[in-house]
Design a protein around this ligand. Sequence first.
Ligand code: PLP
Length: 291
Amino acid sequence: MSRIAYVNGRYVPHKDAAVSIDDRAFLFADGIYEVIEIYDGALIDEALHLERLQRSARELRLNLQVRPGALRLIFRELVARNKVIDGHVYLQITRGAARRDHVFPKSGTPCGIVAFAHSASRAAAEAKAHKGVSVISLPDIRWKRPDIKTVSLLPNVLARQQAKEAGAYEAWLIDEQGFVTEGSASNAWIVEPSGCIVTRAASPAILRGVTRTRLFEIIAHESFAAKGLKVEERSFTLAQAQAAQEAFITGATSLVLPVTAIDGQKIGSGAPGPVALALRAALHCFAPASR
Ligand code: PLP
C-alpha cells in the first residue's frame, strides 16, 4: 500500500510529496509542528495538541490561516487513507514560501501545511517499556524558547544522535545551574523514595508536553492518590535523578517510558519501576480518544 501525505491542500503519494525550496521552514526552520498519537485508529489528546499548536503560532506571530476543524479532517483522512491503527500523525505549519529574506514575508503569504501519518508497532513499544531504556546527560544548548514547538531541532537532533552512539535511547539536557530540563524529545520525571513524582515546572525552559499535562490529571486521581503518590513541579539535579527510586520519560511517541539507567548508573533496582508502568497503563484510560 502506498503511503499518502497531505501537502498544501492535496493528498499525494508520500514519495511524490514535495515543498518549495523557498519554504521558510526549509530556509530558516520557520515553522511549528505537532505529533499526535493514533491508538486503535483514534487521535489521542487531539484538542490539547491543537491548543498547543495555536499557542506556538501566537508566540511566533505565525498566522495559521487554517481552522482546527480543517486540521481534524486532514488527520482523519490521513488515518483512513493510510489505514493506521496504531501510530502517529505529524503536522507541520510554516510561514510559507517567499524569496529568501529574514524579515517575514508579506501578509497573506499562504502558510505551508504538511501532514503525514505512519504506523508503529504497539507490541514493540510495550516490549521496550517493559525492558526500560537508558539515558545519558548532556548540556542543554538549545535557544531560550524550547516551550515553543518549532521545527528548529538541531540541538535535539545532535543530543539524540549522541545518545544513540552511547548505546542510550534518550539524552537528558542539563541547564547551566545543573538541573535537568527535559529530554531531547520527551519530558523527564523521577520518583523519589518518598513516593513524590517530580518533573520540571512549566516555563520557557521546557516544552509543556501534552502527555505531561495528562499525567498530572492521572496522578491526582483517587486510585493513585490512594497509593500515596503525589506530583511536584520542581527542578532536580542529575545526582537527584540517579538517586531516585524510578525515572521515566513522557511524550506522544514514548508515552510513559521507564528509564533504568542514567549515565550508566542504575536507577532503583535497574528494572522498570511500578509507578512508571502503572502510569503507562493508565494513560489510555484517561486521555480522550477522538475519531
Ligand atoms: N519535550 C520535547 C523537547 C519534545 O520534543 C517532546 C515531544 O516531542 C516532549 C517534551 C513531549 O511532548 P508531548 O507529550 O506533547 O509529546
